[in-house]
Design a binder for this molecule. Sequence first.
Ligand code: GLN
Length: 304
Amino acid sequence: MDLGAIVTRIGADMAAMQDRGRVADYIPQLGGVDPDQFGMAVVTKDGETYLTGDALIPFSIQSVSKVFTLAIALGRLGEALWKRVGVEPSGHAFNSILQLETEAGIPRNPFINAGALVVTDSILAGHAPRETLGEILRFVRMSAGDDDIHIKQSVARTGEETGHLNRALAHFMTSHGRLQNPVDLTCGTYFHQCAIEMNCLQLARAGRFLMGPSKDAPSLVSAQKIRRINALMMTCGHYDGSGEFAFRVGLPGKSGVGGGILAIVPNTAVVAVWSPGLNTRGNSQLGTLAMERLAHATGWSVYG
Ligand code: GLN
């Protein structure tokens, strides 16, 4: 299999696409991003790297950050985390408040916003937001083997200014006794973790710990935790589009409204793809299509 040729062809095909989805504009700093961009990076278990398109242009990872905070929280709390957040797909939009009301303020899973706020709240416990953000950045930099990964303050600020729904989710959970820190601290930390910027190469390298042991990558979590995070990425990583991603791509993946997707091919490779235009469920339109083509061309799937 000529992986380099496959990746290059996908990059060329995506560059020619007309229908690129819609850039998220509810966070103003994201609305101005040029929709014509597309990048992909594949890093294999043996450390081979394949790039195409805008793979070295940094973008806002947004909800892809939830994978890293989940890994940190699982390391810190272990199984106790599952008392605070569930492991079921929600079938609802990433920022929906609907199920929280009927389910006593316990979010369905750690990847919808409510669940991610609980995860961030759990690692914040007893720390200042600045310390927790330092810990998140340390984790990401270590997993990527790259210290040049930062938070874009202007994106964090606009996330904060427009983050009424996230604060509403947090207040709702607080009223049920589900958060341990003041809403502003948990939400402030969350807005900043979402504002981490990476390019496709950095993101793929940062995700290596989820494919299992691989060349040059630090092993950051146990095999059991890797399986669990991958299972949640498959069932919940694309919100109400998770079924479709599993159906079309067949790999665990986590999307963000910045247009990034991190996908894992267990024991084989990790893929980061980015294109800012989103489909109606808030997942990268061309990113999903590119992942589908990559999975088809390589035969990569967790389903046989
Ligand atoms: N910061 C965004 C929000 O909380 C992240 C959402 C996403 O990427 N799906 O609305």
